[in-house]
Design a protein around this ligand. Structure first.
Ligand SMILES: Nc1nc2c(ncn2[C@@H]2O[C@H](COP(=O)(O)OP(=O)(O)OP(=O)(O)O)[C@@H](O)[C@H]2O)c(=O)[nH]1
Ligand SMILES: [Mg+2]
Length: 459
């Protein structure tokens, strides 16, 4: 589905900026740009990949709209593989819009979300996983996440996928040969000559094993702060983020809604959720708030349980600990600035020894560094990616790899059972198709629409 029209969009974020860039791509890119660009020097040869200085004027030639630098990238040596023009103007949203309107008046079409990347994909400038890497890089919440996107853009993942695919194709050839020449080929011998299947399985499993860590790097950890009312959960959210986001009072039951904020700790994003205190609810609002706590805890990477060290432990405290027994927990004993009313030993028997208990004072900021370290350690979040890392950051890729792995297991089982080679060949072909979904060699338009429509306009 290659479109031959010429598209245009503002490629820089909306709002005032140092410069603003408008991107044009398609067969008429240069012709349309020439109609509104007046070079400052007479000689403007529109050489490829050269910057020219001049004015952008209105389509009727009467009004100067902006003073700009313009460049022309001749296809196929451009981002999209088509002729591309980039106009670097002053970053005024008003003028950017005005120039864009002129371009549309002269025959450009406003680009859809991700349409530049989509054209790059169709023109084989990028495979699908590389195009997805672009979106991941733009959205990266930390430098580590960006590095993973960059590695994917540079084709590290594609190379791994191609390697596994190549092995499966070699193995497939063996089985297809034994289907075609079943009489000449000694089937048993050739059937066992397929170490490629095991090798492909191993490399797919290695990729799959990176997903958990990659997810932490790209999406962060979901940390739900829980505990009975008034222990200092909201104070802790505020202390960890350095903001005054949640209301703090000395009245138990202050927080009812979920209060969400994030903070980056040692290169990992903590998605923090402050919640209603757990107790017998006093009204319908509190009841609703408490049921939200349990819902959120079910999907949390970590329950950060807050206890008040300055007053005796209560059944509510014990309930929160025992209900979270099977999840990843860190316990913060708060209000360490006040005299302690109980000893850590009182809760030690309730949790496994490796689970962390840290004394803090949310009000005065004591123990917070230790607490952050305990959160990161207990989730195993120690990102150390470099541009050579090959990690699976994308759920779609993970699902395709899992499907391919299943096909390989089925192929191996068919071999072990001594089934006809057709069965093994079928499973291997399916595995290859599943790998091709990642790079986009074989993918349906609906999935492509979904992927590219999630990109920003101008990307
Ligand atoms: N001395 C002392 N007081 C604290 C500390 N942390 C919180 N407080 C006080 O404890 C009271 C309750 O704090 P919040 O942060 O609102 O407690 P919460 O757990 O969010 O309470 P709910 O929203 O009602 O569940 C407030 O008066 C805080 O000032 C602390 O480290 N030391
Ligand atoms: Mg609160």
């Amino acid at each position: 589905m290659l479109r031959q029209d010429t598209i245009a969009a503002i490629a820089t974020p909306f709002g005032p900026g140092g410069i603003g860039i408008i991107r044009i791509s398609g067969p008429q890119a240069q012709e349309i740009a020439r109609r509104i660009f007046k070079p400052s020097k007479k000689k403007c040869l529109w050489e490829s990949h050269v910057l020219y200085h001049g004015d952008i004027v209105s389509a009727d030639g009467k009004t100067v709209l902006d003073e700009v630098l313009i460049s022309f990238m001749r296809g196929p040596n451009s981002f999209t593989g088509e002729d591309v023009i980039e106009i670097n103007g002053h970053g005024s949203p008003v003028i950017m819009q005005k120039i864009l309107f002129e371009l549309i008046y002269l025959g450009c079409r406003l680009a859809e979300s991700g349409e530049f990347s989509r054209r790059a994909f169709f023109n084989n400038r990028l495979d699908l996983s590389q195009a997805e890497a672009l979106a991941a890089m733009v959205a990266a919440p930390t430098p580590h996440a960006f590095v993973l996107g960059l590695a994917q853009l540079k084709g590290n993942l594609s190379a791994e996928i191609e390697k596994a695919r190549g092995l499966l194709i070699e193995a497939l050839a063996v089985f297809e040969a034994s289907i075609d020449f079943v009489e000449d080929a000694p089937a048993e011998e050739s059937l066992f000559l397929t170490p490629q299947i095991d090798e492909a399985k191993k490399s797919i499993e290695k990729l799959l094993s990176t997903y958990h860590e990659a997810k932490i790097i790209t999406q962060g950890l979901n940390v739900v702060i829980t505990g009975k009312p008034n222990v200092g959960k909201s104070s802790l959210l505020n202390a960890l983020t350095g903001k005054k986001k949640a209301i703090v009072t000395d009245m138990p039951g202050t927080t009812r809604d979920l209060i969400v904020d994030e903070v980056v700790v040692h290169g990992t994003v903590l998605n923090l959720v402050d919640t209603a205190g757990i107790r017998q609810p006093k009204d319908a609002i509190e009841e609703e708030g408490i049921s939200l706590v349990w819902e959120n805890l079910a999907n949390a990477d970590l329950a950060l349980i807050v206890l008040d060290g300055s007053i005796p432990l209560s059944p509510e405290d014990e309930e929160v600990i025992s209900k979270n027994k099977n999840v990843n927990i860190v316990i913060a004993i708060n209000k360490s600035d006040l005299p302690a009313s109980w000893d850590i030993k009182k809760i030690a028997h309730m949790i496994e020894p490796e689970k962390k208990i840290i004394k803090i004072s949310a009000k005065f900021g004591a123990g917070l560094e230790e607490l952050k370290k305990a959160i990161i350690d207990s989730c195993g979040a120690h990102p150390r990616p470099d541009t050579g890392s090959v990690m699976i950051t994308n759920l779609r890729h993970k699902q395709s790899l899992e499907k391919a792995r299943k096909n390989i297991v089925a192929a191996k089982e068919a071999i072990a059972r001594g089934e006809s080679p057709e069965i093994t060949a079928f499973e291997l072909r399916e595995a290859i198709d599943n790998l091709d979904e990642i790079t986009g060699k074989k993918i349906n338009d609906e999935v492509l629409d979904k992927i590219f429509s999630s990109f920003c306009i101008g990307k």
